[in-house]
Design a protein around this ligand. Structure first.
Ligand code: URA
Length: 229
C-alpha cells in the first residue's frame, strides 16, 4: 500500500475497518479473550480530529460491544455536549479491548498484547488531539510515569507509530463520578479541547506497512521498553 492511498481519509477508514475486523474482533492474544462477551473495538468518526482513549471495557461495554456506554460514558457524552460535540464527531477507544474480570486494573502483559491494536487505530485515524482518560492511557501514550493528577490539562506532543499527535491527559470520567472536584477539573480541561483541535494541524503520518498488522517484532513492547511498569 502506498503512502498516497493511506493518507486519503476514505482509504484510512477502509484500512481501519479491515484491520479491526481481521485482527481485533477475534483477538486471542491474551487471556482476557476467555472471559469476555465480546471485543470492544472502539467507535466514532474514523477521520476524527479528536480521539479519546480510556482504560478498558466495563460490564456494559462488554455486553454491548461498544466503548463508554455505562455511567462513565454518559458523563463523557454530557461533557462532549458542553463543548458542542457528540460521539459521532470523535473516535473513542480503550487501552484494552476486552473487559478485565471484575473490572480489575489492566495488567502489563495485557497492555503489551493490546498495544498494537491501539497504535494502529491512532495511526489510521490520525487525530490532531488525543484525550487520554485516566492513568493507564496517559502513561502508555506519554511514555512517562507521571500520574494523571500531575499531568491532566497539560499538552504533550507525542509520536505514536510514526504519527505526531498532541496528547491531552484528562481525568477518567469514572473517577470524576466518584469525586466532584475531579468532575470540575475534567470539565475545565474539556473546555480547552476545541481550541486545541482548532490550532493543531492534522498529522501527515507515514504509510502504514502491512507488517504492523501483527504488532512490533518479537521482544519487549513499547510499554515495557519505556519502563512504564
Ligand atoms: N471505562 C473505560 O475506561 N472504558 C470504557 O469503555 C468504559 C468505562
Amino acid at each position: 500500500m502506498s503512502t498516497a492511498t493511506v493518507s486519503d481519509p476514505e482509504t484510512r477508514a477502509e484500512e481501519l475497518a479491515r484491520y479491526q475486523a481481521e485482527h481485533v474482533v477475534g483477538c486471542t492474544k491474551c487471556a482476557l479473550a476467555e472471559g469476555r462477551t465480546q471485543v470492544v473495538v472502539g467507535n466514532g468518526d474514523p477521520d476524527a480530529d479528536i480521539m479519546f482513549v480510556g482504560e478498558a471495557p466495563g460490564y456494559h461495554e462488554d455486553r454491548q460491544g461498544l466503548p463508554f456506554v455505562g455511567a462513565a460514558g454518559q458523563l463523557l457524552d454530557r461533557l462532549l455536549g458542553e463543548i458542542g460535540l457528540s460521539r459521532a464527531d470523535v473516535f473513542v477507544a480503550n487501552v484494552l479491548k476486552c473487559r478485565p474480570p471484575g473490572n480489575r486494573d489492566p495488567q502489563p502483559a495485557e497492555i503489551s498484547s493490546c498495544e498494537p491494536h491501539l497504535f494502529r487505530q491512532i495511526s489510521l485515524v490520525r487525530p490532531k488531539v488525543i484525550g487520554t482518560l485516566g492513568n493507564f492511557a496517559t502513561k502508555l501514550l506519554s511514555g512517562r510515569p507521571e500520574g494523571i493528577t500531575r499531568v491532566h490539562g497539560c499538552e504533550l506532543p507525542i509520536e505514536v507509530a510514526g504519527t505526531q499527535v498532541l496528547l491531552f491527559p484528562l481525568f477518567h470520567p469514572a473517577a470524576a463520578l466518584r469525586t466532584p472536584s475531579l468532575e470540575q477539573a475534567l470539565r475545565e480541561d474539556f473546555a480547552k479541547i476545541p481550541a486545541l483541535a482548532a490550532t493543531e494541524r492534522r498529522p501527515e503520518g507515514p504509510a502504514v506497512p502491512e507488517v504492523m498488522d501483527e504488532g512490533p517484532p518479537a521482544g519487549t513492547s513499547a510499554a515495557e521498553q519505556l519502563g512504564l511498569f
